[in-house]
Design a protein around this ligand. Structure first.
Ligand code: HEC
Length: 108
């Protein structure tokens, strides 16, 4: 019986350690995405919580409207989704796109 609780405790501790690491990694990614959003002038056209331009849709809650697959298709090639759009394509590495998408998905 004691052996068993020790096993359960160990598994739980391992799980919590990994969960914490995963969320720290997510937080770093979201932060990088937020930085990219500012650096790449997304704010010239998009507002988030009242800050930014009015040309594109407000992105304050974009994370509840769009999912990862949609964003990963749209951002590098907006015209593939909205042929007439004036939004410029996002150019960046796969990691940068991942980070930008993680940030956008966190806006709920
Ligand atoms: C020149 C203005 C402009 C810039 C700069 C711009 N966008 Fe856009 N964006 C738009 C417009 C306009 C739309 C609406 C799509 C359409 O035309 O139907 C849009 C749509 C979007 C959408 C979809 C929103 C929704 O729910 O439909 C996302 C997400 C988005 N932009 C993210 C970005 C990001 C991230 C950047 C920076 C890398 C960026 N945009 C830069 C104009 C812009």
């Amino acid at each position: 019986m004691r052996k068993r609780s020790l096993l359960i405790f160990t598994l739980l501790a391992l799980f919590l350690t990994f969960a914490e690491r995963a969320s720290a990694a997510d937080a770093a990614k979201i932060k990088q995405g937020e930085k990219l959003f500012a650096e790449r002038q997304c704010t010239a056209c998009h507002a988030i919580q009242g800050k930014g331009g009015p040309v594109g849709p407000d992105l304050t809650k974009v994370g509840s409207r769009r999912d990862e697959a949609w964003l990963k298709k749209f951002l590098p090639d907006p015209k593939s989704v909205a042929p007439e759009t004036m939004m410029p394509p996002f150019r960046g590495t796969k990691e940068e796109l991942d980070a930008l998408v993680a940030y956008l998905l966190s806006l709920k």
